[in-house]
Design a protein around this ligand. Structure first.
Ligand code: AQP
Length: 328
């Protein structure tokens, strides 16, 4: 059985990209693998936010985890900052990372915009992510396409440390990416990925959106003036993105979808997509409402943190021994 680890930031607005790229894999993998799923709150403070808002967002994401089908009997679900070893291992890995490789990270370059006032946390983000993964002797990391570079860095760090401090120090993990859904693009701009922080709320569909918002977002989605439904990422990226979303929810191959809508306009296709999304997201919203304010939610997270901590402690003992750290 493989160990699986992944996480999502409690930054609100969990959208179709997060769901189709990552969360759906989380649910699938818990049937066959040993899964550890984290709410990565320490990543969220790389861009500072009010304490009360962060606390609420942590519980929002935890409730969404359960609402999409993560089963705490099968998977460990916990909050990153409740297990202190994430920060400890992050420092140890920092000392084996290079400033050159970190400054080449696309996400850092995009978010820091080359400004002197860019938070140092944004620069160190990938090292903390590597620590999250390596702490659990992870074999498989289910993520969206945009995290490929960070997964590569994690592998590089693990291999580098193993070469210096002993081959048993870290398990070298692999990324796992969906065939359809690995990169969902913005509905208003199909050349950039769907994102939580995009200003235009109609650029994304959030898992908790009301049917009216889903409808507005899809009907407004950017297409083109070709006027025919083709799967053509280069020349018709807007409609191709919508086909990818349709495909991910129906398990129909993109070419089957193209054949089905031969001769139809964008309006008919979009209306059907609205129905598919509304039907699929309604049960998630209902389940979310039931558990979001329940005591069960906090007790699942507390129990999850204990179980995660037990695994993390073992890894840290081995890592500290190999590095010669501490005297206990
Ligand atoms: N557009 C996307 N398509 C497919 N997968 C995606 N993921 C994010 N966007 C897409 C995947 O979702 C998981 C959780 O990511 P995160 O919590 O680290 O958030 P993020 O990547 O920072 O999400 P955003 O929306 O991109 O936020 P901002 O706007 O802050 O940059 C990851 O597995 C990610 O790959």
């Amino acid at each position: 059985m493989n160990r699986v680890f992944s996480g999502i930031q409690p930054t609100g607005n969990i959208h179709l990209g997060n769901y189709l790229g990552a969360l759906r894999q989380f649910v699938e993998l818990q049937e066959t693998e040993e899964c550890v799923y984290c709410i990565v709150d320490m990543h969220a403070i790389t861009v500072p936010k009010p304490a009360e808002q962060l606390r609420e967002s942590i519980l929002d994401v935890a409730a969404l985890y359960l609402a999409v089908g993560i089963d705490p009997e099968k998977s460990i679900v916990f909050v990153q900052s409740d297990v202190g070893s994430h920060a400890e291992l992050s420092w140890i890995l920092t000392c084996s990372s290079y400033t050159g490789e970190l400054s080449r990270m696309t996400q850092y370059k995009q978010k820091s915009k080359n400004q002197e006032s860019a938070p140092t946390g944004l620069f160190m983000y990938p090292v903390l992510m590597a620590a999250d993964i390596l702490l659990y002797d992870t074999n498989v990391v289910p993520v969206g396409d945009d995290q490929k570079q960070h997964i590569e860095l994690t592998r590089d760090l693990a291999i580098r440390v193993n070469g210096k401090y002993g081959e048993d120090t870290f398990v070298v993990p692999e990324g796992r990416f969906m065939k359809s859904g690995a990169r969902i693009m913005g509905l208003d701009d199909p050349t950039s990925k769907m994102s939580k922080s995009a200003e235009n709320e109609y650029s994304r569909i959030q898992l908790l959106d009301a049917p009216s918002k889903i409808k507005k977002s899809v009907m407004r989605a950017t297409t083109d003036n070709v006027g025919a439904i083709n799967y053509d990422p280069e020349n018709q990226p807007g409609i191709t993105n919508l086909i990818n979303i349709y495909s991910a929810f129906t398990d129909h191959d993109p070419q089957e979808i193209v054949a089905k809508y031969q001769g139809e306009g964008y309006g008919t296709f979009k209306k059907d997509l609205v129905e598919i999304l509304t039907d699929n997201l309604a049960p998630i919203r209902e389940k979310y409402e039931k558990i979001r304010h329940s005591d069960e939610l906090t007790s699942i997270l507390k129990d999850g943190a204990q179980r995660a901590d037990a695994i993390a402690q073992k890894t840290m003992e081995r890592v500290k021994k190999n590095f010669g750290l501490g005297i206990r």
